[in-house]
Design a protein around this ligand. Structure first.
Ligand code: NAP
Length: 373
């Protein structure tokens, strides 16, 4: 059995600690990946700083981390698509309620991943580049393609234009970078928001128009741009995005539906350096109040909305549509790029806490990645 090492979170709010971890064999429909690069997401520090306010089912000690890239070390009995040694990415779902086990966390050398949530990566793509993809691709796919969200047409190599437009609020985020590419690959036109320094970046991913989300006129500007077009729906990414997307969708014709990636309140106020004694009750109050206001605003405007849970695709056909049918060919042909670019902030399991702290401080069109030689 290979020796495994993990960055453990031993209790709610605890800092990560490196220690030995068991090597676990895969189940029937699972593979084990020897990770060579692992990306860090806001979700990782949100779980750490929010403790039992989110993910209250988590059994500690556990291992965080969703985005792994590496080589297949072992395959389950029912797996035919992968062989030992294949270069792959995988979306690790260990913090989900129905998984809830350390062996499926990304912040370690060996991670168990569902076969349908893994995808081969081209020989020309580095593990660090590839590691930026899984959670962001999954989250964007849940929003765009699940029947209970926007329910859009699936992506394909040569999509027929639908004549419809998707609003991706937060196009320079990791989730947004993938949402733009997926929507374009499904035949939709994309209107997005970003800071002006990232306009060229979001256009390079296929967005037709970009707007500055900090501009005081951003809502009327986007409503103006969408006049005469048919909205296929909106995906709201970033803490200010949901109420603004509801206002825009309410003024458009078409599918007045907002898929929400980010609640209207940021959890970063709970981070150690920021936290005062009343920070938690204040955050809960703001969460409740902002959600009530959002419900009210959406009903008033005839807009439907739903929060996204970025792993729900594992239980429906969207996982296979993306990870088996679309992404392998799209990555190999270069039609789909690993975006945003990785910023490698560490070279071992001991660097995950530092990498999480860096992601908490904020990034711009970049993904924090730790390599594991
Ligand atoms: N619901 C789920 O299942 C799920 C899954 C994954 C992520 N998320 C959430 O989705 C959000 C994005 O995650 P991520 O990993 O993609 O983030 P990220 O890449 O770390 O986000 C960084 C980007 O955020 C942009 N940004 C900051 N404030 C913004 C705002 N108010 N509106 C639009 N963009 C803004 C910045 O754009 P500029 O530099 O251009 O200013 C920056 O490029 C987070 O809130 C995360 O918690 C939810």
């Amino acid at each position: 059995m290979p020796a495994n090492t993990a960055a453990w979170i031993n209790a709610a709010h605890a800092r990560l600690e490196v220690g030995p971890a068991p090597y676990m064999a895969p189940g029937e429909d699972e593979i084990v990946i020897r990770n060579h690069a692992v990306a860090v997401n806001p979700l990782d520090w949100i779980i750490q700083v929010a403790g039992t306010l989110t993910y209250r089912w988590l059994k500690y000690p556990t291992v965080l981390g969703s985005d792994v890239a590496g080589e297949v070390a072992e395959v389950g009995q029912a797996v035919t698509r992968f062989r030992v040694g294949d270069r792959v990415i995988g979306h690790a779902v260990g913090t989900d309620k129905d998984s809830n086990r350390a062996a499926e966390g990304g912040f370690q050398l060996y991670t168990i991943v569902l076969e349908r949530m893994a995808c081969p990566i081209p020989d020309t793509m580095s593990f660090e580049d590839a590691a930026v993809l899984p959670l962001a691709t999954s989250t964007a796919s849940c929003a765009l393609f699940q029947a209970d969200q926007l329910g859009l047409r699936l992506p394909s190599p040569d999509p027929e234009p639908t004549g419809q437009t998707v609003l991706v609020w937060g196009g320079s985020t990791s989730v947004g970078s993938n949402a733009i590419q997926l929507a374009v690959a499904a035949g939709y036109q994309v209107v997005t928001t970003a800071s002006p320094r990232n306009f060229d970046y979001v256009r390079s991913l296929g967005a037709a128009q970009a707007f500055d989300y900090n501009s005081p006129s951003v809502v009327p500007d986007i409503i103006g741009a969408l006049q005469g077009r048919t909205l296929a729906g909106a995906i709201a990414i970033g803490s200010t995005s949901a109420p603004l997307c509801v206002r825009i969708a309410g003024a458009c014709s078409g599918n007045r539906f907002v898929s929400i990636a980010t609640p209207p309140v940021s959890f970063d106020v709970l981070a150690d350096g920021n936290r005062g004694p009343f920070e938690l009750p204040r955050l809960i109050l703001r969460l409740v109040a902002s959600n009530v206001a959002l419900q009210f605003s959406s009903r008033l405007r005839g807009v439907r909305m739903k929060y996204i849970w970025g792993t729900t695709l594992k239980a429906n056909q969207v996982s296979t549509a993306i990870y088996r049918d679309f992404l392998p060919g799209a990555l190999a042909s270069g039609r789909y790029v690993a975006a945003p670019k990785p910023s490698v902030f560490g070279h071992g399991v001991h660097d995950f806490q530092r990498a999480m702290d860096i992601q908490l401080k904020g990034v711009s069109a970049a993904k924090v990645v730790v390599s594991l030689p």
